[in-house]
Design a protein around this ligand. Structure first.
Ligand code: ADP
Length: 715
């Protein structure tokens, strides 16, 4: 019960002393309000006790002075509580001094009231925030000393006003002396304790900054800018620079340890106005004690301390990152080199394969068009199909490597979508398995000219349809092309190829789009193929902005579909598709054919002559130039790789004289950005060997029609 009572009193006193403290105000404000509360509480207790003491001793005037002092101090307490801290503080200081003066006056100097001046001064020092208010301390001290001086000047030694007996005076003096000593001791103790706590706090903070400084990941140096000497460093600096003792690093010139470039940086920083000095950041290299080089990220920050200028240098060892970066760059270079070698190898290989293939395909085409024995027909067909299959493989591998390297560029040429679909279907409907119904649904809305890459779209559909034929024994293959959205400038077309063939197991559906992957390991043996067609188709559909999807069930069939958006060409193209079909339109055109390979020359010439073109032959670049200089041609077919003068040199020579004449590059090589490269070199078009006769015919017709149009337009 008793403790409870005591606890209540303590908490009550604590509440009073904490009054006026706003927990959201800054720490210093809270501290000042609390200190004044403590001071006022203490003074009110002393003046109240003094009042009781004076009443007991029948010194009623003194008791009255005490009462007035107490009242004014309580008033100051309320002001402090209401946030008027400064006013309250000055009222308290004035009141205490006045109170001392009045008591000394009404009692006389003999009572020894002035002795309380010393603890008072100490108490006031406690109230004043010394760190920020030195002036206040001076003012308070002057005020207290003045009031003491006034006491000694104005107050009588003995005042008869209260008729104090000599014995009482002795008692008063003794008690004032005792109180003064006691209070001085108490205040001195409080002040020392506060200072101690303050020191502890500073030490704690230093410990914290030391810990941060020494455990930092970077080596930190402090340099005195005036003499460019290292003043201090952290523990990490010892580790980074391979030293054991701090003494070996500090008190030595910056350049000895950190090198001349660091000295220059500090000097540069120092040469600018201090207020404008921004920290310097950058990469530098340093040497460890063991002559070992290391790379670092460095930060130099200038700062002022006690009127001197310093620099803080932070050095973060990034050697491992640099080495890794270097390795990555090297690995990237190696990979790029390997990719170049691969591209070069593929280009060379294609060239090497295409040249004999050109001869085989060309010769079998010629043989098929000439007289042959009926028993030879099958052999010729096998020869033609196998060589075309081989060409397809070479092309697929090249396409895939180009697509994987992201180097494939799509053409943007207008063509009629319905005609295109009809052509695709026509090439699949003849001579196939009669047990399979081949159904084609072409939306009549697709009789429009779209702008896209006809060859690549054909490649996708060819892959899907030939797979459908390959993996279907009986039933039906349905090809659909349907306009989903047909607006003025854009058309969205849904393509699908569905079959009733062997289907694909669910687990394999994802893998079939990977290159060189087939659903079944038996597939190659049973159906042939390389597993490249779908990988290429997927890449191409993606490149055209669509996504290829497949639905399939084993033994029921598969359906491959995708949707593409095309821009619609509403302008009429100047090359009339119908005129392209008139193969006799080439009559009388004069062509220069430059080709060093006799078989290729023979094949190309046979076709050109079949179409009634007049052909002049050149077996190297020099001959080509000579023929060109002495004759007039409608078109030049120039092989790229020839002795004496290659195709590029011949074209450069001719272009210097004639900008208009169509020059077709005749090439077996296929490389990245070939079209752009050849156009830059002056060629109008290119045709890859081995060529399809209809492709060559189409190109010649296009170019000479174009040429005629130009002549017609510009005379
Ligand atoms: P390839 O046909 O040369 O093997 P593709 O990339 O075109 O290569 O096809 C990969 C595999 O996907 C094929 O080997 C086959 O297992 C499966 N596949 C593709 N189309 C069909 C289809 N219409 N029906 C059944 N399986 C198919």
């Amino acid at each position: 019960m008793k403790t409870n009572y005591f606890e209540k009193i303590v908490s009550h006193v604590a509440t009073i002393l904490n009054s006026g403290i706003d927990e959201f105000s800054p720490f210093d404000t809270r501290k000042n309000v609390l200190r004044l509360n403590l001071f006022l509480g203490f003074c009110v207790s002393i003046t109240s006790l003094g009042m009781v003491f004076h009443v007991i001793n029948e010194l009623l005037i003194s008791a009255f002075v005490n009462l007035c002092g107490t009242m004014v101090l309580i008033l100051a307490f309320y002001m402090n509580r209401d946030g008027k801290h400064e006013k309250a503080k000055w009222i308290a200081i004035t009141a205490i001094n006045l109170h001392q003066f009045c008591l000394s006056y009404v009692e006389g100097i003999r009572s020894g009231q002035y002795l309380l001046v010393f603890p008072l001064l100490l108490a006031l020092i406690f109230v004043i925030d010394l760190k920020n208010n030195l002036n206040e301390l001076i003012m308070t001290s002057v005020m207290t000393l003045l009031s003491t001086a006034f006491i000694f000047i104005l107050a009588p030694f003995v005042n008869p006003l209260q008729g104090i007996a000599t014995a009482t005076y002795s008692g008063l003096f003794a008690s004032n002396l005792a109180i003064a000593l006691l209070l001085t001791t108490i205040f001195a103790y409080i002040i020392l304790k506060t200072m101690d706590r303050h020191e502890d706090k500073i030490l704690d903070e230093k410990k914290l900054t030391d810990t941060i400084y020494d455990t930092a990941l970077d080596a930190v140096f402090i340099v005195d800018v005036s003499d460019l000497m290292i003043m201090d460093c952290n523990k990490r600096a010892l580790h980074v620079f391979g030293h054991k003792e701090k003494n070996t690093l500090i008190h030595q010139p910056v350049q000895h340890l950190l090198g001349q470039p660091m000295l220059e940086h500090i000097r540069n920083l120092n040469s600018t106005e201090f207020t404008q000095r921004a920290p310097w950041y950058g990469n530098m290299d340093f040497e460890r004690a063991q002559d070992e080089l290391f790379y670092a990220y460095v930060n130099i920050v200038p700062f002022h301390h006690q009127n001197k200028q310093y620099c803080k240098i932070s050095i973060l060892d990034i050697t491992e990152i640099k080495v890794a970066e270097f390795e990555i760059i090297k690995a990237k270079e190696r990979a790029e080199k390997a990719a170049k070698v691969k591209a070069r190898f593929l280009s060379n290989m294609s060239h090497e394969l295409r040249t004999p293939l050109n001869a085989i395909i060309g010769t079998s085409n010629i043989l098929l068009q000439e007289e042959y024995l009926p028993s030879q027909k099958e052999s010729f067909n096998v020869l033609q199909h196998s060589s075309e299959h081989m060409l397809q493989l070479v092309n697929d591998i090249l396409d895939l490597s180009k697509l994987e390297a992201g180097k494939m560029e799509l053409e943007k040429i207008p063509f009629n979508l319905k005609d295109f679909m009809n052509k695709v279907m026509a090439s699949f409907s003849k001579g196939r398995n009669p047990d399979i119904k081949f159904e084609v649904n072409i939306d009549p809305q697709l009789d429009i000219e779209i702008i896209s890459d006809e060859t690549r779209l054909l490649q996708i559909l060819n892959n899907l349809i030939s797979n459908a034929w390959k993996f279907t024994k009986k039933g039906k293959i349905t090809v659909t092309a349907r306009a989903e959205k047909n607006e003025n400038q854009q058309v969205s077309v849904y393509f699908s190829v569905a079959d009733t063939g062997i289907g694909i197991p669910q687990a394999k559906i994802r893998q079939i789009f990977d290159s060189f992957t087939q659903a079944d390991t038996e597939t190659t043996r049973k159906y042939g193929g390389t597993g490249l067609g779908l990988a290429i188709s997927k890449y191409l559909v993606n490149k055209m902005g669509g996504e290829i999807n497949v639905n399939s069930e084993v033994d029921k069939g598969s359906c491959f579909c995708f949707t593409l958006n095309f821009n619609v060409n509403r302008k009429k193209s100047y090359v009339n598709e119908a005129s392209l079909k008139q193969l006799n339109g080439l009559d009388g055109l004069r062509v220069l054919l430059a080709e060093d390979n006799p078989v290729n020359m023979m094949v190309a010439k046979r076709f050109l002559q079949k179409w009634n073109l007049q052909v002049d032959e050149a077996v190297n670049g020099l001959e080509a130039v000579e023929l060109y200089n002495n004759n007039k041609y409608d078109l030049l077919l120039i092989d790229l790789e020839m002795p004496e003068m290659d195709g590029n040199e011949v074209t450069a020579y001719i272009r210097a004289k004639d900008q208009e004449i169509p020059i077709v590059a005749f090439t077996a090589a296929v490389y990245d950005d070939m079209q752009a490269d050849l156009l830059k070199k002056g060629f109008t078009e290119f045709i890859t060997k081995p060529f399809r006769p209809e492709d060559l015919h189409k190109k010649i017709l296009q170019l000479t029609a174009y040429d005629q149009l130009q002549k017609y337009r510009y005379g």
